[in-house]
Each structure stands twice: as C-alpha cells, then as structure tokens.
Design a protein around this ligand. Sequence first.
Ligand SMILES: [Zn+2]
Length: 79
Amino acid sequence: MDIKLASQYSINNREQIEVSEKAGCYYCLSIFAPKKICEYCDWGATVLCPKCGIDSVIGSNSGYPIDLETLKKLHQYWF
Ligand SMILES: [Zn+2]
C-alpha cells in the first residue's frame, strides 16, 4: 500500500466511489456507505465527506482497505 498515492483517489473520484462497497474519509476517519454521499465539488466529479465536508474520501474500489487503521495512516501523512 502506497500512502503517497492515495490522494489521487480522493479527487475526480465520483465514479470510483459509486462502484465501491464502502468509502472512508481520512480527514475525520469516518467510514460510510457510498450512497450516503450527497455532496460533490469540482463540478460533481469529486466526492465530499458526508460528515465533515472535506474532499478526502477514498473508496474500497481504489484498492486501499477501508478501515480505521488505513485511514489513520493516510491522515497522519496528509494532515
Ligand atoms: Zn470526513
């Protein structure tokens, strides 16, 4: 798992998230179902976290395991 590449999955990720089983935010460390997402930025291409509104959401389809441990690692690296 390459933490440095994760940010590419948190932009222009709407399609990737919509086909993912679950999604997680590595800013507020919440895990949620992709259908809970109802806010987007970048003209609808980038998903915003339903809890904190930050564009730091990755989906399970990105290849990253969506669990607390992974989200914490990403959080430490990116914030
Ligand atoms: Zn969040």
